[in-house]
Design a protein around this ligand. Structure first.
Ligand code: BEZ
Length: 305
């Protein structure tokens, strides 16, 4: 789930960090979407994995060049074809989206907090449906069979994770599954440590802005929301960046807004350069001119009781 404090550039996101959805294919496999299922993709970004899920739940997709029509029963509440409520919503939520999932044809719906990402997903795919929604506040009118999330939950502060788990549980039918991957404890620690050290040396207060839980922490949150955790796994996934010498700077450009929040543009460039110097020894292979990021993933399957 992309966070509103970050200035999202869908072009840079797709061009420089395409590995996010490429690696996400394994999480889709873990989800194992089946024909006829209704699946919500929480934090869909530019929508590539939502489209992959849609292909698997609706086998008629791709039968024509345009793909099938979105079922009429798919809507976001109210009497209109789509309804997106923001601001002072009648149910008291600051922002909510209501979804009715078709039970006849399989459906996938992608939601993201970033309007820029949702706009790009809609431009790329006329189907499935994409909506702007906040993972802490969304509503589903009809239950989904599964909720999926890849590389999104770590953008939401730890204090808000119980609300997310509670909204996901409410969106699922009994027995429905929540299958997700996020950064786990120690994720991108070298980058965070180097950046925080550099910022502190320059007199700024700085800390890890992301939610990277342990298995135990996140499992407890899921259980408190009524989930049974069937699988939870923390593993290293060192990831080579494209872009040669510029790979790390590109990564920081796409993802680093919350890390560099207090900085003006010129000082941000100086800090990025200093962070590169701090990390060159450990994360850069001069022979292949490749930066490798120290990703650690937390992957889980949880079933609503
Ligand atoms: C991640 O996918 O693990 C991640 C991406 C950007 C910032 C922090 C973590």
């Amino acid at each position: 789930m992309t966070d509103r404090t970050d200035d999202w550039d869908p072009d840079a996101y797709d061009d420089d960090t395409g590995f996010v959805h490429e690696y996400g294919g394994a999480v889709v496999d873990l989800l194992d979407p089946r024909p006829g299922e209704a699946v919500l993709d929480l934090g869909c970004g530019t929508g590539h994995l939502t489209a992959e899920i849609a292909d698997r739940v609706d086998e008629s997709r791709g039968a024509t060049s345009e793909g099938p029509e979105v079922p009429q029963t798919m809507r976001t509440g109210g009497s209109g074809a789509r309804e997106q409520t923001t601001g002072s919503a009648t149910d008291g939520r600051t922002e909510s989206a209501r979804y009715e999932a078709s039970r006849e044809a399989g459906t996938a719906v992608g939601v993201d907090a970033s309007p820029e990402m949702v706009e790009r997903a809609r431009e790329t795919y006329s189907d499935p449906r994409f909506e702007v929604a906040d993972a802490r506040e969304f509503d589903a009118e009809e239950p989904f069979d599964a909720v999926f999330s890849n590389a999104a939950l770590h953008w939401i502060p730890g204090d808000d994770q119980p609300a997310v788990a509670e909204r996901v549980a409410a969106a699922l039918a009994p027995g429905g599954r929540f299958v997700a991957e996020l950064g786990g404890t120690g994720n991108v620690a070298a980058i965070v440590d180097a950046t925080v050290a550099e910022l502190r040396e320059r007199g700024y207060e700085a800390e890890n802005p992301w939610y990277f839980p342990t298995v135990g922490e996140h499992a407890a949150t899921l259980e408190a929301a009524g989930f049974e955790v069937r699988l939870a796994r923390l593993f290293d996934r060192p990831t080579e960046l494209e872009g040669g010498e510029s790979g790390l700077a590109n990564w920081l450009d796409v993802f680093g807004d919350s890390l560099f929040a207090p900085l003006a543009d010129d000082e941000r460039a100086a800090v990025v350069s200093a962070v590169e110097d701090r990390l060159r020894q450990t994360l850069f292979d001069a022979a292949t001119e490749t930066w490798t990021v120290d990703y650690r993933r937390l992957r889980f399957v949880a079933v609503r009781a």
